[in-house]
Design a protein around this ligand. Sequence first.
Ligand code: FAD
Ligand code: NAD
Length: 476
Amino acid sequence: PEPQLEADSTKKTLVILGTGWGSVSLLKRLDTENYNVIVISPRNYFLFTPLLPSCTTGTIEHRSIMEPIRTILRQKKASVRFYEAEASSIDPDRKVVRLIDTSEIRGDITETEVPYDMLVVGVGAENATFGIPGVREHSCFLKEIGDAQRIRKRIMDCVETAAFKDQSAQEIDRLMHMVVVGGGPTGVEFAGELQDFFEEDIKKLVPEISDRFRVTLIEALPNVLPMFSKQLIEYTESTFKEEKINIHTKTMVKKVTDKTVEAEVTGPDGKKEKVVFPYGLLVWATGNAVRGVVKDLMARIPAQANSRRGLAVNEYLVVQGTRDIWAVGDCAVAGYAPTAQVATQEGTFLARLFNNMAKTEHLESKISELSSTLNLQPGNSAAISHEIEAHERQLRRIKDVKPFHYSHQGSLAYIGSEKAVADVTWFNGNVAAAGSLTFLFWRSAYLSMCFSTRNRLLVINDWLKSKVFGRDLSRE
Ligand code: FAD
Ligand code: NAD
């Protein structure tokens, strides 16, 4: 169809914030013909986060897990507007979103407003630092493509600096010490990828310093991967021991400097002791915090006063205390973990809900139109009544939308050395699996979840390329 340039005044304006798991799965299934759809996000692509840890070492090249939003939108039946910008605030009374162009190149207009009739907030979360001093200044996070690129660059910078002429033994030890804080799946998967990189490539290509390479994973709780079953936690910890990844549990980081991590360890007798870890690379993966735009919106809605972790939503994902705002994914508090799996199902649910709402409105106006013709055409009354009844039956069927229900398919994590752990739901039961076969399952599951055939082929190509030729050690 011809792209429609001006908004259609007969349709409601649906504004969607974000191009992540929640928003994109909504867009994928939304019938865009029913609304004037506007998407706003500072990122003009979708990112397949489960394979992001593999980009930090070059097992996968970053563009293989990105899908341009423009390509996604072109496949929609009716045109959708996209603005590459950050939503800086939302005014639920005036029903407008304020947006700012935060990219490098800016035009005369860098800030403006977009009015909405319906709004979906899918802005995700930011990195939690708990206000620990030095974290923002000195560590790398692992959430966005830029983070993975920074880590990849820094690993090689540490290695090349350690190999620098006349470097002292103590400095080599520091530079070759890679510290990961947070033993959730992000920290664990990254530590595994890092160890693979070292074993399979760095060791061979930079042998003179290879015996000094160390990976340390620091976790405040008594064990890593708390969301997995006990046997899989034990399997992960013993695999890490074999891979020579040092795990420090019950160790809470309190301060970070440019070269050290200072932590407090709780001993078996409950006594607390201070430890210092000198590092070359520090990756901070301690979970999610609420984004500024979400905090600001929460402060404007009295019903959100007691919510701490994000926008509290009801069973239809409506933001509590509002009428026309919905939230999906990591910025929504619906009682589920902040995962891609949850965000996808929430986005899909909203697409169905919005498609239904449009159909309902259409049927209701048809029924009232037919009812008014009923009096004008008495000769036709039987046929018209019959048609009205059919519409009413259809209306009852689609109006009966069930609340959102999350169906957990399981948890999967890569732990290095071509091994993975999986807690999956199988015929209503739980199956825990670990090892090399699980790794093949992990690869095939993620491959099938990739956004497009193009992504899938690129990822397969990257896996083959790094297996055959090794990872690329050039520091871009
Ligand atoms: P996101 O996918 O983070 O998307 C948020 C979007 O909002 C982005 O496009 C962002 O640019 C945009 N945005 C940000 N600020 C603004 C603003 N002010 N205005 C407008 N737009 C904005 N989950 C799993 O289930 N399985 C996994 O294997 C898995 N692996 C992961 C690996 C890593 C390394 C990470 C970091 C996460 C992983 N997750 C995994 C979690 C998963 O990625 C998140 O739960 C998921 O991305 C949440 O989706 P979302 O749509 O809420 O947010
Ligand atoms: P997380 O919240 O799951 O884990 C963070 C860990 O950091 C916690 O175990 C916490 O105890 C620890 N921590 C916090 N402060 C600390 C401190 N000062 N010192 C030491 N340790 C500290 O975070 P994540 O791993 O980034 O995951 C975020 C979300 O994304 C989760 O919902 C997770 O399930 C999901 N995710 C899933 C996968 C997967 O399924 N494979 C992969 C990555 C992320």
